[in-house]
Design a protein around this ligand. Structure first.
Ligand code: ADP
Ligand code: MG
Length: 265
């Protein structure tokens, strides 16, 4: 079970869109995926069609030690994708957990629980909130690696250095094996000079950490959540879906997990 935190303290850079469509892309080739909605806004939960009536037990209850991990897992309409949903209640967790011992390890300890083993998840994708708070720290402590969506716009790289510092701090304290899974350029506009400049700067500075696949700006990606399904299902042939499918394959290849029949072609 590989655990990947999808993080960037900036809002609106496509963390949630990436969590949803990477999950769908991995599921398409047979992988079992658990998405963890660590954002009190609950956008990943909504994007997967998990209504409030299905969120009686959430990631909040899990972090507070009031729910067994398996009881928080909800099936989504996407085959092979499950989710641990969240609600706005999660926003009070910083305060609630302030005096809790080992409060950065709560998610990690939960994911190691025996009760999750029955699901046989191949990948866990943690959709982080837009800040470097205790929720994001829990995600980074629990994860094997961090996947960083980077919006193709000015100042994108500046925000990244703050995140890299946090990753280094976590490595030095709580999770020495935390890696950077990769940096994904999102909302890219091929005809826009600024987008091109950000891509060049990112590749020059970060080298091989930047995925070859770039996600274009595509309205289908922003429409899909209101239909409560991944873009991959909403409009499978759209430019956005094609890009996320290619990205899923690049992700799998990096993890030496690309199905043989997809490896050539
Ligand atoms: P985050 O989780 O980082 O805050 P979201 O995934 O919610 O970001 O994306 C922010 C907004 O941009 C959402 O409305 C989403 O639908 C939209 N969006 C994300 N990626 C794209 C894209 N490639 N093209 C067009 N819209 C996108
Ligand atoms: Mg989000």
């Amino acid at each position: 079970m590989k655990i990947v935190a999808i993080a960037n303290q900036k809002g609106g850079v496509a963390k949630t869109t990436t969590a949803i469509n990477l999950a769908a892309g991995l599921a398409e080739v047979g992988r079992k995926v658990l998405v963890i909605d660590m954002d009190p806004q609950g956008n990943a939960s909504t994007g997967f069609g998990v209504g409030l009536d299905q969120r009686s037990t959430t990631i909040y209850d899990l972090l507070l030690g009031e729910a067994d991990p398996a009881s928080v897992v909800v099936k989504t309409a996407t085959e092979r994708v499950h989710i641990m949903p969240s609600t706005t209640e999660l926003s009070s967790s910083d305060i609630q957990l302030h005096n809790v011992n080992k409060r950065s390890f709560l998610l990690k300890d939960s994911l190691e629980s025996a009760s999750l083993k029955q699901f046989l998840f191949d990948y866990v994708l943690i959709d982080c909130p837009p800040s470097l708070n205790l929720l994001t720290v829990n995600a980074l402590v629990a994860a094997h690696s961090v996947l960083i969506p980077l919006q193709s716009e000015f100042f994108a790289l500046e925000g990244l250095s703050q995140l890299m510092l946090t990753i280094r701090e976590i490595r030095e304290t709580a999770n020495s094996s935390l890696r950077v899974e990769g940096v994904l350029l999102t909302m890219h506009d091929q005809r826009n000079n600024l987008s091109q400049q950000v891509e060049k700067d990112a590749r020059d500075t970060l080298g091989g950490l930047v995925y070859q696949t770039v996600i274009p700006r595509n309205v289908r990606l922003s429409e899909a959540p209101s239909y409560a399904i991944p873009a991959l299902a909403y409009d499978s042939a759209s430019k956005g879906s094609v890009a996320y499918r290619a990205f899923s394959r690049e992700f799998l290849a990096n993890n030496h997990d690309l199905p043989e029949e997809l490896a050539h072609g």
